[in-house]
Ligand binder design. Structure first.
Ligand code: C2E
Ligand code: CA
Ligand code: CA
Ligand code: CA
Length: 277
């Protein structure tokens, strides 16, 4: 082995140690984040593409870390999943989103839907359906006003427990949305077996809709599948009018994206609703 390789090896090892240490630190901080009230939900409107009307919103979690500043979910959700903390954090998200929806409805604002992202690990903990029922009852929310966004990774776990919970949630009347469609494990067989009310076209497809004809056909095909299943289709990552127009032309009616709005702090989102009501 040459000297240089040995040096590279040690540098690599140090880097690995640093990454591992950072995860440990995050896990430790995450344990305290809930009790210290460091999480916040931001809301991004879901918009009727033809009229610009706000149809609902998606809750997206942020962590106001005391030292590192605002952390995005990509920086800590996987740490939460691996440390079992996703259970209590997910419950907090659910209750907080229902609480906000109750406030908006009490203020007479015209908002019918709130969507919450759910990690597959939350189903593995077993009492998720109970938590959803509890959150809805606590804040007197109509089950049909809550949408749970689940990614295709739900299909990688064929457990009976999971299937039963999805069916229970459906029976409860909450809406189920398949997030990031087309990027994971979906097969037509699964789609047929699970009662999804909504399919979200991943922004990877949406953003290439103008410059790639094949991609455009894929979006068109996803819309066709949704229609067969009787599900709504939501396009994520709508960033300009050209993409919006292309989506409308293909028959997609609901979208989210920076063209309409970034995810907003709750006060700003409320202001947006007031402007629209
Ligand atoms: P997602 O569910 O696919 O959410 C969409 C992401 O795209 C959000 O990133 C949003 O801010 C961003 N986005 C929205 N419009 C645009 C656009 O026009 N252009 C671009 N480039 N990006 C756009 P964010 O907030 O960083 O969330 C990342 C992911 O973290 C989410 O992806 C979701 O899978 C996960 N996540 C967020 N909140 C929660 C939560 O409360 N619980 C769980 N389990 N996961 C969450
Ligand atoms: Ca989502
Ligand atoms: Ca998504
Ligand atoms: Ca995504």
């Amino acid at each position: 082995i040459r000297q240089r390789d040995i040096k590279t090896f040690y540098r690599y090892n140090r880097e690995m140690d640093r990454v591992a240490q950072e995860r440990l630190d995050l896990t430790r901080d995450l344990r305290r984040a809930l009790e210290n009230d460091q999480f916040e939900l931001h809301y991004q409107p879901k918009v009727d593409l033809a009229t610009g009307t706000v149809k609902g919103c998606e809750a997206l979690i942020r962590w106001l870390h005391p030292v590192r500043g605002m952390l995005m979910p990509g920086q800590f959700i996987s740490v939460a999943e691996q440390s079992q903390l996703i259970g209590p954090i997910g419950d907090w998200v659910l209750f907080q989103a229902c609480r906000h929806l109750r406030q908006w409805q009490d203020a007479g604002l015209d908002l019918v839907q709130v969507s919450v992202n759910v990690s597959v690990d939350q189903f593995r903990l077993g009492d998720f359906t109970h938590k959803v029922r509890d959150a809805l009852e606590t804040h007197a929310i109509d089950p049909a006003a809550l949408t749970l966004e689940i990614t295709e990774s739900v299909f990688s776990d064929e457990s009976e427990l999971l299937r039963r919970q999805i069916n229970d949630l459906h029976a409860l009347g909450v809406r189920l949305s398949l997030d990031d469609f087309g990027t994971g494990y979906s097969s037509l067989l699964y789609l047929q077996q699970y009662p999804f009310d909504e399919i979200k076209i991943d922004m990877g497809f949406v953003r290439r809709i103008l410059d790639d004809p094949l991609n455009r056909n894929i979006v068109s095909m996803i819309l066709g599948i949704s229609q067969v299943l009787g599900a709504d289709t939501v396009a994520e990552g709508v960033e300009n009018t050209a993409v919006r127009d292309a989506l409308l032309e293909l028959g997609c009616h609901i979208g989210q994206g920076y063209y309409y709005s970034m995810p907003l702090e709750v006060e700003d989102f409320r202001w947006l609703l007031e402007k629209h009501s």
